[in-house]
Design a protein around this ligand. Structure first.
Ligand SMILES: CCCCCCCC/C=C\CCCCCCCC(=O)SCCNC(=O)CCNC(=O)[C@H](O)C(C)(C)COP(=O)(O)OP(=O)(O)OC[C@H]1O[C@@H](n2cnc3c(N)ncnc32)[C@H](O)[C@@H]1OP(=O)(O)O
Length: 207
């Protein structure tokens, strides 16, 4: 069911684009090789959460009355609301055996905080998306309950970095996921984070 005004784009943003830098392509190729034996999986990334499912999400969390249908139909993933190369360029790979995700992230010039460096909220967004995806693949429909971030070193604007995320523990509906952000040569530790995700309302299974 598509709302008439809904723009639907099935562009998979997790495939190489002209705006990706050398390191981004190199790392993409390295991880795609790791996917050949099935130990790693390349995760697609679209501008919207499957239309039908996103329409039903407010119902799923019993919050339909809070949502403006017109606004919902204009919704798109925050990390996909910048022109190619200017905001969040990223590709995620998942290792099921190790319950971890590696996100190769190339931030664009419109993510600036202090001049010449990434905005802390932009770093937090990519951390949330990466640990969030780690929680989703193991816990289904979850939401972030808590996100603690230690910003250890400022990240130069337009850097390409690695976000290593690890599912640490599942306790009932709670999923604890930690991650760090490093330079591609893994010599610089920029950021460390821990997070808690909660699986939404199990008895209201999404039908
Ligand atoms: C149909 C589906 C379509 C989806 C398709 C999927 C594909 C997606 C693909 C790609 C998209 C990627 C998208 C990334 C997005 C990343 C995620 C976000 O950014 S979410 C936005 C920010 N978060 C919020 O807005 C949550 C607001 N908070 C809440 O709604 C509630 O607080 C919620 C749901 C988190 C928990 O509420 P409760 O009522 O369900 O559960 P309670 O009973 O309160 O807590 C359960 C347990 O967790 C602990 N807990 C809860 N919050 C805690 C906290 N802050 N600190 C410590 N413990 C906490 C509690 O103490 C309790 O623990 P004890 O069971 O007693 O041991």
């Amino acid at each position: 069911r598509l709302l008439s005004s809904e723009k639907v784009s099935d562009k998979n943003h997790s495939l190489p684009k002209p705006c990706w830098g050398k390191d981004m392509r190199l790392l993409f190729d390295q991880f795609m090789k790791k996917c050949e034996d099935g130990s790693w999986i390349h995760l697609p990334s679209y501008e919207y959460i499957a239309t039908q499912r996103s329409q039903d999400f407010p119902t799923f969390i019993h919050a339909s009355e809070l949502i403006n249908k017109e606004k919902l139909s204009q919704g798109r993933l925050f990390t996909k609301s910048f022109e190619d190369g200017l905001g969040f360029e990223y590709v995620m790979f998942y290792n099921d055996a190790e319950k971890r995700i590696v996100c190769v992230f190339q931030g664009g010039p419109h993510l600036q905080g202090m001049p010449g460096f990434f905005h802390g909220g932009a770093i937090a967004t990519m951390i949330d998306a990466t640990v969030g995806m780690n929680a989703i693949v193991s816990g289904g429909i979850v939401m972030t309950a808590n996100l603690n971030i230690n910003f250890k070193r400022p990240i130069p604007l337009c850097s390409i970095v690695l976000i290593n995320s690890q599912l640490d523990k599942i306790e009932g509906r709670k999923l604890l996921v930690s991650c760090n952000v490093q330079s591609v040569d893994e010599k610089i530790l920029y950021t460390e984070a821990t997070s808690l995700f909660v699986k939404l309302n199990p008895e209201k299974e999404f039908d």
